[in-house]
Write a protein that binds this ligand. Structure first.
Ligand code: NAP
Length: 313
């Protein structure tokens, strides 16, 4: 199957729980790619349900998770990771025989621990994490192309039915993603350094700048172009989602932060002792890493991240 083409056998009834950025993007993408015959949107919030109806991105909309999952052959949980356990408990008795349950959470070990025990042996559980997103939230922020050429990581627990994993893989491929399979533990370690710690650094630097007394907040905003502005984009990410990420991937994040602090101390020393060679060598290595990310098609080489400059007034 070529990426982005309809699946050989689409799911007949896809239930998406949580129609935020990721859930609403999945609803749009699944419809567009023909990866599901029917999409059922389940969200506890009346405002979110009203927006989903107005946007016309699902065939059915309900606030009740237990009835919403009835007869669904594929259920994807798209809520903050710490909300998964309660939802799994509420939907478990109504899951159809042989249904596949998945999720999109940014941390995988805790999802396996929180959701797995609620599921009967006949239910297949294939957790997933699309490494795609924006700093925006809610159903209006979603779009069908969000996953195109992005990675979707599947973390099936040991003993998961291979055919179920294959169906989930083919779903993600149908909506344009590249798929990789790894253990939940390895996922959490890799994502700690590529995503979680960078977010923490962004939250921290924006917080530090906001709390400074010698430099006014007005100056921080006015002169933000020199690097700071890109941190503010990341630091605008959803507070609930990211609180849950740090509380549930605690060990891997602390491990990576330990290494980060050691390397930062080495840089501090290089600056203090005027070791230009150490600085130059590191900056040369990091520049090469950005080039390889561009070469892999995961980022644009256009200046200013491809942003269109404001026209001169
Ligand atoms: P979002 O836009 O904030 O949407 C989350 C949805 O879940 C909202 O509809 C929200 O309803 C609902 N929700 C929140 N708490 C809930 C609870 N306790 N019980 C039931 N529903 C609840 O978030 P998102 O960015 O789509 O993130 C959803 C999941 O995707 C998270 O697990 C996150 O780790 C993962 N993820 C996010 C990104 C990203 O870049 N954003 C990327 C990859 C994976 P309310 O609006 O009423 O709160």
């Amino acid at each position: 199957m070529t990426r982005g083409e309809p699946m050989a056998k689409p799911f007949s009834r896809l239930a998406i729980v949580g129609l935020g950025l990721i859930g609403s993007s999945l609803a749009r993408a699944a419809k567009k790619a023909g990866a599901a015959d029917k999409v059922v949107a389940i969200d506890a919030s009346a405002d979110v349900r009203a927006r989903v109806e107005a946007l016309g991105i699902a065939d059915e909309v309900t606030g009740d998770v237990a009835s919403g999952v009835l007869n669904a052959d594929f259920i994807i949980l798209c809520v903050p990771v710490m909300a998964n356990a309660a939802i799994a408990a509420a939907m478990a008795p109504n899951l159809a025989r042989g249904a596949i349950v998945s999720d999109v959470g940014s941390v995988k070990g805790c999802v396996v621990k929180d959701v797995g025990p609620h599921l009967r042996p006949d239910i297949h559980f294939v957790p997933a994490h699309p490494v795609a997103g924006t700093e925006h939230s809610g159903p209006d922020a979603g779009f069908a192309e969000l996953f195109v050429n992005r990675w979707a990581i599947l973390t099936p627990p040991e003993g998961t039915d291979e055919a179920a994993t294959q169906r989930v893989r083919s779903f993600w491929e149908a909506i344009g993603a590249n798929v990789e399979v790894m253990t939940p533990e390895h996922h959490d370690l890799v994502l700690a350094i590529t995503s979680h710690v960078p977010h923490l650094i962004a939250y921290n630097i924006v917080g530090t700048a906001a709390d400074m007394e010698e430099v006014t907040q007005g100056e921080v905003i006015k002169f933000s172009a020199g690097g700071f502005r890109d941190f503010t984009r990341i630091a605008a990410s959803d507070p609930t989602m990211w609180r849950d990420v740090f509380l549930t991937n605690k060990e891997a994040v602390l491990e990576m932060l330990g290494r980060f602090n050691e390397d930062l101390a080495a840089l501090q020393r290089a600056i203090r002792w005027g070791d230009g060679e150490a600085l130059f060598n590191l900056f040369t290595r990091t520049r090469a890493i950005r080039r390889s990310i561009i070469d892999m098609g995961q980022e644009t080489a256009a200046p200013n991240f491809g942003r269109t400059p404001e026209p001169l007034k």
